[in-house]
Write a protein that binds this ligand. Structure first.
Ligand code: MEV
Length: 323
């Protein structure tokens, strides 16, 4: 039976998290750790899913039942993505989906968004839909909103387009930055962040302090716009300084935690130009930028406070077919 394999990169938010949910820009880079999806057409009218990385094995459903009933959390993105594509393009065919990831779903690299993008690309190939990147984005973003209710869509844009993007909420702007690799240091906190819970806690804080939060978002926007320039100029010292400023603003929204703060301050004490959390906060990863000769010291400083160094290079290629 016909089958297709696609892959899409994970991502790291560089600047602008949280503000980007509310009509402000952010900068995101795709990392070279990828998610892979194989989809095979079946003779039966079944939807089968094997996602061994998240321990979903032998998950099975009639395709008429897609999206109905109790869906295990780790099967949600895959099932709702298939349902959305089938509904939009009037498809009905049994399929087997196998997902496999280079990275742990715990890191906050965006395994769900990368798998959504992989699946849509694979279905586009299998059913000859010839979807453009914009169409891929629209249906991926719909899937994110169906499941999470809130979110900017920056993660699916990164998985589709790859590279390093300047992105505004809902894909209003998706602009590739002209930069090659960014010499980022990535430290994993060991704590899994709950993005939806963090978005909701910021929303609650904002409802009590609307002017304060609007001010924070506007300041973040200024930092994002400045960082765009400095990244394109490869001025890593300035980019690091902007990271510190962005981190202070994230702290004022209440999304940082002690473990992240410790990793960040240790990185800076060890000679990094700057560091910040990356993503929703509450856990996941920090990113730091340091002069090359200080990298080893920064690695040790992060490890000393029990962070784990992740070796991920940036500016990776977007979604693609695998042969
Ligand atoms: C989460 O990684 C980043 C947030 O800005 C959410 C989003 O943009 O969808 C908090």
């Amino acid at each position: 039976m016909k089958k297709v394999t696609t892959s899409a990169p994970g991502k790291l938010m560089l600047f602008g998290e949280h503000a980007v949910v509310y009509n402000h820009p952010c900068i995101v880079t795709a990392v070279n750790e990828r998610m892979y999806t194989t989809i095979e057409l079946l003779e039966t009218q079944e939807f089968l899913l094997e996602a061994p990385d998240v321990k979903v094995l032998d998950y099975k459903k009639n395709i008429k039942e897609l999206g109905n009933g109790e869906i295990p959390k780790d099967a949600q993105f895959v099932e709702v993505t298939v349902k959305n594509v089938f509904e939009k393009y009037n498809l009905s065919h049994g399929i087997k989906v196998i997902t496999k990831s280079d990275f742990s779903s715990e890191f906050g690299f965006g395994s769900s968004s990368a798998s959504t993008v992989c699946i849509i690309k694979a279905l586009s190939e299998l059913f000859e839909l010839h979807l453009s990147n914009k169409e891929l984005f629209d249906i991926s973003y719909k899937t994110v909103l169906d499941i999470q209710k809130k979110g900017s869509g920056f993660d699916v844009a990164s998985a589709i387009f790859g590279g390093t993007l300047y992105f505004v909420t809902g894909g209003k702007t998706i602009e590739p930055l002209s930069t090659s690799s960014i010499p980022l240091i990535v430290g994993y906190s060991g704590v899994k962040a709950d993005t939806v819970a963090l978005i909701n806690s910021v929303k609650e804080f904002s409802s009590k302090n609307p002017q304060l939060v609007e001010g924070v978002y506007n300041s973040i926007e200024i930092i994002v716009n400045k960082a765009k320039e400095e990244i394109e100029n490869k001025n890593w010292e300035q980019v690091g300084i902007l990271m510190r400023e962005n981190q202070k603003l994230l702290q004022s929204l209440g999304v940082s935690i002690q473990k992240l703060d410790d990793m960040i301050s240790s990185s800076i004490a060890a000679g990094a130009y700057g560091a910040k959390l990356s993503g929703a906060g509450g856990g996941d990863c920090i990113i730091a930028l340091a002069p090359a000769e200080k990298n080893k010291d920064v690695y040790s400083a992060i490890q000393k406070v029990e962070g784990k160094i992740l070796h991920a290079s940036t500016n990776a290629k977007g979604v693609r077919l695998e042969l």
